[in-house]
Design a binder for this molecule. Sequence first.
Ligand SMILES: [Zn+2]
Length: 155
Amino acid sequence: MDVLGIDVGITNEAADSDGNLYNFGVKYKVCGKDQSVVLYSIATAIITKAKSTNRAIALERFFNPIKKQSSPSWKGINKHKKVTLYIIKLGKTQHVPIIMVDPKGTSQWCSSCGNMENNYRSGEKFVCNKCKKELHADINAAKNVRLRALNKLPV
Ligand SMILES: [Zn+2]
């Protein structure tokens, strides 16, 4: 089964390994209930895409989702974790397998040639000094999340 890699980024809400950015821009500055609606719609779009193409979803394991899920309040959970939790929840109800991977180095590896690039960022761009590949940093990370889920990226 192929995998759709997801990077829940800093500049965009999420990026996937197909090269799509889920950026809700100004709308995203809303908070509370409205923010949850926006984040939920991102999670739904990702799940729908994976399901319709018969793929699993790989996410970076930044925290223990089970522990956080039992938290009485959502207020203290940042938006990145919220998107992750929505994807996990929807994965269960929609029967889309979710793979949690080690996030180590997913921003540094070049997803194209496998070079470990230490000086990789030029704004939002990832630039590989070996193969000269340039792509959005979050999309490079999402591709690496996919590769890690497929055991093709060293830990
Ligand atoms: Zn490269």
